[in-house]
Design a protein. Structure first.
Ligand code: FUL
Length: 423
């Protein structure tokens, strides 16, 4: 790193990071057209879920341990899932609930019932709005939509601004930032304009080590940790987005990823100190597809089997790190470490070492949580965590015995082939 300046998270950023897991819901006219992207011409009348149950969506997220959800209030096609005053291209023009429904409201209510935070995706690129080609008019239109979302649904934990389709287009990020500061000052802002969190750089749900919380840019093409200009640095922790299925929208014939693949995504996002936003797309009934639901429950059970019975160690400071003392000699095959990043991310490198000097695991970032899966189970009553970094604070070391629990292949390549959207 070129600097010793250590930037701190805001309390809202830290709370969001500690939450760790979010669930994405992509639903809209695309769901009924078998498309990933559409061009704004699919009739609003095609939005016709027969049995929409937002409570089931949010309950499913909660069962998986999510802290928040993010709903596509408007995708690139411009169709709005709430009865906006800005356009007729919305649920108000659909047969669903006789045009009197509001998906955003139903999800917001379910979030309140289940204690999850609500996030909303409002695509800047809008392929339906007739004013889109006139930047001044569109900026006003977009701000009006954002104002509706920021005023009618209670507290928002995240606003998702997707960059797709917007290359070369500058939106009025100053006004957007002012509106958010006024109406939803603690909402995380994803990746554009007044961003407070950033995209991890792929749609496979995979972070890498090191996982920097401080960067100079959300533009990953320009990101180079060695040439950071101190003045431009920002605390921008990453969110890894990925779909349970191949597509973001539910499509017939698509299937959920394997349990092993999902566990690998978990370990390489949450387990590397990043957030994970896992998309579980409602189907044409407006329900979670039974195959998806079964896979989500398998994932929940597997995570519980691996991490549900952790044993925390008692920590004491040592020369180059900390000593972690267990209540007795325990068998374990995973080590979880949590850094207190409230005064900034400080650990640059670390090693997990047994009393006899055997190095069990090593890495760069610890961050809000780091999971090490050991090649072999060990039995020990103490560990040393050796740390390189500036005044690092470790808040927890937890050992887990996941004997017999499903786990991803070690190592494995879990990148998905990329494909252009079909519109
Ligand atoms: C992308 C979009 O183009 C996809 O349709 C999806 O919404 C994904 C999360 O972000 O940029």
């Amino acid at each position: 790193m070129a600097t010793t300046t250590i930037l701190r998270p805001t309390p809202a950023q830290l709370a969001w990071q500690k939450g760790g897991l979010g669930v994405f819901f992509h639903v809209g006219v695309n769901t009924f057209a078998g498309k990933e992207w559409s061009d704004g011409t699919i009739p609003a009348a095609d939005f016709a879920p027969t049995d929409l149950d937002a409570d089931e969506w949010v309950r499913t997220a909660q069962q998986l341990g999510a802290a928040y959800v993010v709903l596509t209030a408007k995708h690139h096609d411009g169709f709005c899932l709430w009865p906006t005053a800005t356009t007729d291209y919305s649920v108000a023009s659909s047969p669903w609930r006789d045009g009197a429904g509001d998906v955003v409201q139903e999800v917001a209510d379910a979030c309140r019932r289940h204690g999850l935070g609500l996030g909303l995706y409002l695509s800047p690129w809008d392929r339906n709005a007739e004013c889109y080609e006139d930047p001044e008019r569109y900026d006003a239109f977009y701000l009006a939509q954002l104002r509706e979302l920021c005023t009618h649904y209670g507290e928002l934990v995240e606003l998702w601004f997707d960059g797709a389709g917007s290359a070369g287009r500058e939106y009025d990020w100053t006004a957007i930032g002012e509106l958010i500061a006024e109406l939803q000052p603690t909402a995380m802002v994803f990746n554009m304009g007044p961003a407070t969190i950033r995209w991890v750089g792929n749609e496979d749900g995979l972070a890498a080590d090191p996982c920097h919380y401080v960067t100079d840019s959300t533009d990953l093409n320009n990101y180079d940790a060695d040439v950071i200009d101190i003045g431009d640095q920002r605390y921008l922790p990453p969110e890894c987005d990925v779909s349970l299925r191949r597509g973001w929208f539910w499509q017939p014939g698509d299937e959920p990823k394997s349990l092993e693949h999902l566990l690998a995504i978990h370990d390489r996002s949450i387990g590397l100190g990043a957030n994970l936003l896992l998309n579980i797309p409602p189907d044409r009934r407006g329900r979670i597809d039974p195959a998806d639901l079964a896979r989500v429950h398998e994932l929940r059970d597997a995570l519980h089997a691996r991490f549900g019975n952790g044993q925390p160690a008692t920590l004491t400071a040592a020369a180059a790190g900390i000593e972690a003392e267990l209540s007795e000699a325990l068998r374990f095959d995973h080590v979880e470490i949590r850094e207190d990043v409230s005064a900034g991310q400080r650990v640059r490198a670390h090693r997990v070492v047994l009393a006899d000097g055997t190095v069990l695991a090593a890495g760069g970032t610890i961050g809000v949580r780091r999971l090490h899966r050991l090649a072999e189970p060990v039995t020990a009553d103490r560990l040393r965590i050796e740390i390189d970094g500036e005044d690092p604070v470790i808040e927890a070391v937890i050992v887990h015995d996941a004997t017999g629990a499903p786990a991803p292949a070690l190592p494995g390549d879990y990148r998905a082939p990329t494909e252009a959207p079909d519109a």
